[in-house]
Design a protein around this ligand. Structure first.
Ligand code: FEO
Length: 400
């Protein structure tokens, strides 16, 4: 894509990635893509805010060429050192060896660790400013959004917040980079949630601190490092991020995530009866096959729904492995404050329930009910499964 003007002499120079299959080597983006948003301010002094992954360098430098000579860049503002932001740094320094790198004190250390760069670094602290001529930048330290060195950069006169990973999301740019020109906001919201839970959820208290810190700062444009630029209603994405961060400690939506796995269809039959029971109670349910759905997608639902219904058979005297993987990731992401229930088939010994309880123990989920059945479910089992679903859904709705 060509460079896009955000304000006079301020440009988006991002690149879409529809080739990488796994973000961070873990999270699928082959269908959705991702954008690496970088920004160029063409003032008396020329500054780039965040670079991008070492990828499609020709396209990236061609965007800069549209605006200025890349060798004339004075500053690279390094909001974040993760390689999806900093990957092109070594290449840029080869073209422009005298460029000054600006970042936090921790960035200085990471520059040495990741790139063996020790020179032309200027460390800034919270609230420090940098004049580019007509425009001035202010730096806001926002540690752990998403690494310890991370900061945001505010352009003061047009009130543009270059927010780094915060307020960003998966999803390559589909034509327009702005929220007010976008006909598919739902896609970006959904992908921002998935990104939030995959990447930032563990730092939810830091997200809330950063939002509190921004309170009172006038911001007309939020320009994150991934996904849409928000300028029509900046509060929309901030409110969503706040709501998702609060899910770490507070009551979530009164819905149920039903995650199941089935080897030969027996747990699947009961799953459908359980889902019917939940629906009869008027509670929304999202269903995921643990063996066929990447956990990246399941996490969005687990994070935001109050109830978790787990359906999985016993496998080798233990829990069906794809379900164990999902629950282990829930532990890693510290998904707490949930009401849970379990159902599943066993052949002779059982063991799934015992392992499931062991895995989820650190999360202190409120395990309300369990329902195990031997072999194939009988008609009585199926009827019981429906009632089991309804009772659980009522408890989720009640919320206490
Ligand atoms: Fe966009 Fe933390 O990387």
């Amino acid at each position: 894509m060509p460079a896009v003007s955000i304000k006079p002499d301020i440009y988006w120079i991002g690149v879409n990635d529809r080739i990488t299959d796994l973000f961070e080597g873990i999270w699928p983006i082959s269908r959705e893509g991702v954008s690496y948003n970088s920004y160029l301010i063409n003032d008396d002094k020329k500054a780039i805010i965040d670079l991008m992954k070492s990828f499609k360098g020709d396209e990236y430098f061609a965007q800069i060429d549209e605006i200025t000579d890349v060798s004339k860049i004075d500053y690279i503002i390094i909001n974040h050192m993760e390689p999806d932001h900093s990957g092109l740094l070594r290449t840029l320094r080869r073209i422009s060896p005298d460029v000054t790198l600006i970042g936090s004190a921790k960035t200085k250390k990471l520059l040495e660790d990741f790139f063996s760069i020790r020179d032309n670094i200027e460390v800034v602290e919270d609230g420090d400013t940098l004049s580019l001529g007509k425009r001035t930048l202010r730096f806001l330290m926002t540690p752990f959004l998403h690494w310890p060195e991370t900061m945001m950069t505010l352009e003061i006169s047009d009130r543009i917040l270059f927010s780094c990973d915060a307020f960003g999301g998966y999803g390559a740019i589909q034509g327009s980079i702005f929220d007010d020109d976008c006909e598919n906001i739902d896609f970006y919201q959904k992908e921002a949630l998935r990104y939030y839970v995959n990447i930032l959820a563990n730092y939810s208290p830091r997200v809330l601190s950063a939002i509190a810190k921004l309170d009172g700062t006038l911001v007309d444009v939020i320009a994150p490092s991934h996904g849409l630029i928000w300028r029509e209603e900046t509060s929309h994405i901030v409110d969503l991020y706040k709501k998702w961060a609060e899910c770490a400690t507070e009551q979530t939506d009164p819905g149920v995530t039903l995650v199941y796995g089935s080897m030969y269809g027996n747990t699947d039959v009961v799953m459908n009866a359980v889902a019917q029971g939940i629906s009869k109670a008027g509670v929304p349910v999202e269903i995921f096959d643990a063996a066929r759905t990447h956990v990246s997608y399941i996490l969005s639902s687990l994070w935001t729904k109050r109830g978790i219904m787990i359906g999985a058979p016993t496998y080798e005297v233990s829990l069906f492995p794809p379900m164990a993987d999902v629950l282990n990731m829930a532990v890693r992401k510290r998904i707490k404050n949930k009401k849970a229930a379990y159902f599943g088939s066993y052949g002779w010994s059982g063991g799934a329930l015992r392992e499931m309880q062991k895995i989820i123990e650190p999360l202190k989920w409120d395990l309300l009910d369990t329902f195990e059945f031997l072999g194939a479910p009988s008609e009585k089992d199926i009827k019981k499964a429906e009632e089991f679903g309804t009772l659980f859904a009522h408890a989720v709705k009640k919320g206490d």
